[in-house]
Ligand binder design. Structure first.
Ligand code: CAA
Length: 257
């Protein structure tokens, strides 16, 4: 498939996707999301790929859903086409996805970053849910994911006032895992992705699944889920290899088995 709204490349075992609607600060429309979904599905199916990085431009990761398109919608239309529901597919991918955010990550852009498994922020990053200023509220998971990530008080303030959070505040609040120099953003994200891709892919995928489970179930259920997956890992050759290599003081050679 050829893509018009994103750039897709591979760097060894890493998929790198760059959102590419520079004239509108990577505003998200259905075509872009469909392309992103397709590219991530291809990477999910590709045994050579271990992790993916999604990034934007220096000025904007993404400035939200495309307001010029949305402005014309009416209620029956949004309901009938189930507007935005398909966007959540991005959060259902099985291999890890890192959001590398520089500049604006606003509205749907912040929500897209939060659908990824973790966010690395450049010093220039600014996060916000400014939908209230447009007469709507976040519609791609913002009221839910932001609240889980930064807590009720800060999420409520951001959604109700539309205030932006800079990178330092986002790190303090737990929205991003790390802040890095602007020039290092993509390299740092690729390095983290390479580290992930150097491990056993099925074990990485199960780890992602288990952490994500913590958002959906009670602590007791989550621990039971973790234990079942943990036990199952002892049926893999990668567990045998990983532990044997440690004992033999050498680097493990994982085979994704
Ligand atoms: N949709 C469509 N176009 C957008 C856009 C968006 N979300 N954000 C920016 N653009 C366009 C601007 O209209 C402008 O286009 P023109 O040159 O044709 O006028 C171009 O991108 C550059 O933007 P600005 O001139 O505004 O750049 P700036 O540096 O002065 O400001 C900004 C940057 C603060 C991000 C400002 O563009 C802005 O406030 N954008 C909108 C942010 C927003 O409200 N996002 C939420 C959208 S709603 C949503 O996402 C719903 C949901 O939950 C899914």
């Amino acid at each position: 498939m050829s893509y018009e709204n994103i750039l897709v490349e591979t760097r060894g075992k890493i998929g790198l996707i760059t959102l590419n609607r520079p004239k509108v600060l990577n505003a998200l429309n259905s075509d872009l999301i469909a392309e992103l979904d397709e590219a991530l599905n291809v990477f999910d199916r590709d045994p050579e790929i271990g992790a993916t990085v999604i990034t934007g431009s220096e000025k904007a990761f993404a400035a939200g859903a495309d307001i010029k398109v949305m402005a014309e919608y009416d209620y029956p239309q949004t309901y009938l086409m189930d507007f935005i529901t398909s966007w959540d597919q991005i959060a259902q991918k099985r291999k890890p996805i890192i959001a590398a955010v520089a500049g604006f990550a606003l509205g749907g852009g912040c929500e897209l970053a939060m659908m990824c498994d973790f966010i690395l922020a450049a010093e220039s990053a600014q996060f916000g849910q400014p939908e209230i200023k447009l007469g709507v509220m976040p519609g791609a998971g913002g009221t839910q994911r932001l609240t889980r990530l930064v807590g009720k008080s800060k999420a409520m303030e951001m959604c109700l006032t539309g205030r932006m959070m800079d990178a330092a505040e986002a790190e303090r609040s737990g929205l991003v895992s790390r802040v890095v120099a602007n020039d290092d953003l993509v390299d740092e994200a690729l390095k983290a992705a390479e580290k992930i891709a150097s491990f056993s892919t099925p074990i990485v995928m199960m780890t992602k699944e288990s952490v994500n489970r913590s958002y959906e179930v009670t602590l007791a259920e989550g621990i039971r889920f973790e234990r079942r997956l943990f036990h199952s890992m002892f049926a893999t050759s990668d567990q045998k290899e990983g532990m044997k290599a440690f004992i033999e003081k050498r680097k493990p050679e994982f085979e994704d088995g």
